[in-house]
Design a protein around this ligand. Structure first.
Ligand code: MIC
Ligand code: SF4
Length: 646
C-alpha cells in the first residue's frame, strides 16, 4: 500500500493500535522538549512518577518564555529546572540561548524522529521531516519515562505546493493562505503533509515557519519531506549524519488535497483578534502602525533577519514607530553579529531584544492604548500582547520591515532589493549555553525556592455532582482566555497563586466565585461554545480550574491538546448531543450530573438543569484510555494506583 509520509513515520514508531484514520494508536517518542512556563510542572510530575532518569533518546529543557526576571519567581524556576535537568538526565538550555523551537531545529531535530513538547508550536520541527506534536506537560513527563504517547490516527490533508515565491512574498504567506482555507477550528485529529515541486524551492527555515503555524489550525502536526535542502541544512550545522531521505510513497492518497501556487501568492495579514482572520496586505495598505516587532518561533531565523536587513540597509525606520527585533537563538545572534547584519539593523533604528519569546507571550513590549502593532509571531488573541485595546496584526518579516520604513502598512511585493537570499554553507554554533547532564548525578541537589509548589492533587471521580454553571463563554475561547500568561507567567509553578487569575480577562470575579462554590462542596461547571481551549498547550488551563473545583467542561467542541489536558487532570470533557442546547443553559443555573460511573462507560450523560427544569443530553469526548484516568481523578492518580498494585 502506498503510504503518506505521516503514516510511514507513524508505522516506524507504532507500539499499539491500528494505523487507521480515526483510531487511537500509541507511538514511541524519541525526543521530548519542555519550556520553562510548562516545564516546572512537567518535571514536578516526572518526579512524582518516581523515575530516576529519563528513558527516551533525548530530553531538552529550555528556558525561553519567562526570562524577564521581575521578582524572585522566574529565577527560582530556572534554578529548579537547571538542577532537576542535571539530576534526571535532561539537556538544559539556559535563558538567552534562544527560543525552544528555533534551537531544537538548529541543534537536535532529525528527519524521521518523533518528538513531543510541552508547547503547542512543537510541530515546527515538521520542517525537517520529524513528527513533532504539542502536548501537556504531564504527557511529556510520561514520554520522558519511556511511556508511549497516544494520538488519534490523523486524517492527512495533502498540501501540494507548486511554483516559487516571488521576492517580497514569504513562507509566512504560505501558512496564512493555509489558515485562510482551513481556519482555526474544525481540524482536530488531522495532519498537514506538504508535497509537490514547490517544496524544493523552500529552505528548512521556511518549512519550519509553515509547520509552526499549523498549530493555529489545530492540526496534530505538519510535515515536509526530507530532501537535499534538509541535508544541506543539517550539514551546515555539522549534523548531516542524522540525515535520511523521506517522502511519501508514489501514489499515496490524501484525505483532502489543497494546491497552492507559490508564484501566485501575495503578502497576507492576519487581522485582530485571530490568526484565522486573513486579508491581503493590499486591502489594508496605508493603515497607520505604532509598533513593529520581528521575532518569535515563527520568524526569527537567520534567513528572516537577512531579508529584514536587506530591506532596511542604509535606511531609517519611521521615527514614530517602536521597532524591535528578537533573533530566535544565540546562533542567529552570533551569525548576524559577525556578518554586519546586526549593524544594519541597529543603524536602521531597531531595538535588539533578547533571544526569547518575550513580546510574543506578552512578557514585555505591550502596545499603547488602542495601539496598532504589526508582528511576525503566530497569535494575535485579544489581550495577549498585554494591552486589551491593542490591535495586533500578524505578518511576514518582509512586510514588517518594509512597513517600518513608512510607519504605515505597505506591501513589499516588487519593492525588495534582492531576488534570492544567499544562505551560509556553515552556521556558527556555540553550545556554551547548553548544559549536558552529568553521567553520575549523585552529587546534584535539586534547588526548590519558595515559588516551586507541588504537582496538582485531583480527587477520584464521584457518581454524582451538584453545582452551578459558574461561567458561560462563547466560541473560540483560547487557553490565553482561560489562563493568562504575560505578567501572570511567574505563577506557573504555584497552582494556588496562579488560580486566582483563571478567566481574568473574561470575568474577573470567576476565580473567587468558583472557589466559593468549591468551599461549599459544590461542583463547578463551565459552559462553552465551539473550539474551546484552542491555542496553547498549557495544562494550567486544566489544572487551575480543577483547583477551583471544576468537574466538567460542557462545550460544542473542544480542541485536541486541551481535551487531553482535561482528561489528564480528571475533568470530564462533555459535548452537547444537540448543539442548540447550548442556548438553554445560562450562567448561574443549578446543574446536576448523576450516574456518572455508568455514563462514563456508555459515553452518554444526562445533565439536569434544575433552574430551567430541563434535561440536556451530552456525550463524553474521551478514548477508552482516557476513561480510566477520568475515573481515577487524573493520570497521575491512575499511574500511582497501578504502582501501588505492583
Ligand atoms: C504560546 O505560544 O501560547 C505558549 C506560551 O508558547 C504556549 C505554552 C505556554 O502557555 O506555556 C503554547 O503554545 O503551548
Ligand atoms: Fe514562544 Fe511565542 Fe513561540 Fe509560544 S508562540 S513558543 S510564546 S515564541
Amino acid at each position: 500500500m502506498a503510504d503518506t509520509l505521516c503514516y510511514k513515520i507513524l508505522r516506524d514508531h507504532l507500539v499499539e493500535g491500528k494505523l487507521e484514520k480515526g483510531s487511537p494508536v500509541s507511538i514511541r517518542i524519541d525526543q521530548t522538549l519542555t519550556q520553562d512556563a510548562t516545564g516546572t510542572m512537567a518535571y514536578l510530575q516526572f518526579e512524582a512518577i518516581g523515575e530516576d532518569r529519563v528513558r527516551n533518546e533525548l530530553a531538552v529543557s529550555y528556558v525561553d518564555h519567562n526570562t524577564v526576571q521581575v521578582g524572585f519567581e522566574n529565577f527560582d524556576d530556572h534554578e529548579y529546572l537547571r538542577t532537576v535537568a542535571a539530576k534526571k538526565g535532561v539537556v538544559y538550555s539556559k535563558a538567552g540561548n534562544g527560543i525552544c523551537h528555533q534551537v531544537q531545529l538548529e541543534r537536535f531535530a532529525l528527519p524521521g524522529k518523533t518528538l513531543i513538547g510541552s508547547d503547542s508550536h512543537t510541530p515546527t520541527q515538521g520542517g525537517i521531516g520529524e513528527i513533532a506534536i504539542g502536548a501537556g506537560g504531564l504527557d511529556v513527563a510520561l514520554a520522558m519515562a519511556g511511556i508511549p504517547f497516544q494520538i488519534i490516527c490523523p486524517r492527512v490533508i495533502g498540501i501540494r505546493l507548486k511554483g516559487k515565491l516571488r521576492p517580497g512574498v514569504s513562507a509566512k504567506d504560505v501558512i496564512l493562505k493555509v489558515l485562510e482555507r482551513y481556519g482555526v477550528k474544525g481540524n482536530v485529529n488531522s495532519a498537514f503533509e506538504y508535497f509537490g515541486d514547490g517544496v524544493s524551492t523552500l529552505t528548512v527555515a521556511e518549512r519550519a515557519t509553515i509547520c509552526n503555524m499549523g498549530a493555529e489550525c489545530g492540526v496534530t502536526f505538519s510535515i515536509f519531506p526530507s530532501d537535499s535542502n534538509t541535508y544541506e541544512f543539517l550539514k551546515a550545522h555539522d549534523r548531516e549524519d542524522g540525515w535520511r531521505e523521506l517522502k511519501a510513497d508514489e501514489g499515496a492518497e490524501y484525505d483532502d488535497v489543497y494546491e497552492i501556487d507559490l508564484s501566485c501568492l501575495e503578502p497576507l495579514i492576519a487581522a485582530p483578534h485571530s490568526p484565522g482572520n486573513i486579508k491581503t496586505v493590499r486591502e489594508l495598505e496605508g493603515m497607520h502602525v505604532n509598533q513593529i516587532l520581528i521575532g518569535s518561533c515563527t520568524n526569527s531565523s537567520y534567513q528572516d533577519l537577512r531579508k529584514v536587513a536587506m530591506i532596511l540597509d542604509g535606511k531609517r525606520v519611521d521615527p514614530a514607530v517602536s521597532f524591535g527585533i528578537a533573533p530566535g537563538s544565540r546562533e542567529v545572534l552570533e551569525m548576524i553579529a559577525s556578518d554586519g547584519t546586526l549593524e544594519i539593523l541597529v543603524k536602521a533604528g531597531a531595538r535588539i531584544l533578547e533571544s526569547a519569546c518575550g513580546f510574543c507571550i506578552g512578557n514585555h513590549q505591550s502596545p499603547g492604548t488602542d495601539g496598532v502593532s504589526l508582528r511576525t509571531n503566530n497569535r494575535n488573541f485579544e489581550g495577549r500582547s498585554g494591552t486589551k485595546s491593542a490591535q495586533v496584526y500578524l505578518v511576514s518579516p518582509e512586510v514588517a520591515a518594509y512597513s517600518a520604513l513608512f510607519g504605515v502598512l505597505k506591501s513589499p511585493l516588487g519593492n525588495v532589493p534582492y531576488s534570492e537570499i544567499a544562505l551560509p554553507s556553515h552556521y556558527m554554533h556555540d553550545d556554551n549555553m547548553l548544559i549536558f547532564p552529568p553521567d553520575d548525578p549523585s552529587g546534584v541537589t535539586i534547588l526548590r525556592g519558595p515559588n516551586i509548589g507541588q504537582p496538582p492533587k485531583c480527587e477520584p471521580l464521584k457518581d454524582s455532582y451538584s453545582g452551578k454553571a459558574a461561567i458561560k463563554v462563547g466560541d473560540k475561547i483560547t487557553t490565553d482566555h482561560i489562563m493568562p500568561a504575560g505578567a501572570r507567567l511567574k505563577y506557573r509553578s504555584n497552582i494556588k497563586a496562579y488560580s486566582e487569575f483563571v478567566f481574568e480577562g473574561v470575568d474577573k470575579s470567576f476565580s473567587s466565585r468558583a472557589a466559593a462554590l468549591r468551599d461549599e462542596g459544590k461542583a463547578v461547571f463551565i459552559i462553552a461554545g465551539s473550539s474551546y481551549g484552542q491555542g496553547s498547550s498549557r495544562e494550567h488551563a486544566a489544572i487551575c480550574p480543577s483547583f477551583l473545583g471544576l468537574k466538567a467542561v460542557i462545550a460544542k467542541s473542544i480542541e485536541r491538546i486541551h481535551q487531553a489536558n482535561l482528561c489528564n487532570f480528571g475533568i470530564l470533557p462533555l459535548l452537547f448531543e444537540k448543539e442548540d442546547d447550548y442556548t438553554l443553559i445560562e450562567e448561574g443555573d443549578d446543574l446536576e450530573l448523576d450516574n456518572v460511573f455508568s455514563s462514563l462507560e456508555s459515553g452518554k450523560f444526562k445533565l439536569i438543569d434544575k433552574t430551567k427544569g430541563k434535561t440536556v443530553l451530552l456525550k463524553l469526548f474521551a478514548s477508552d484510555e482516557q476513561k480510566k484516568m477520568l475515573k481515577a481523578g487524573g493520570r497521575l492518580n491512575e499511574i500511582r494506583g497501578k504502582q501501588c498494585q505492583k
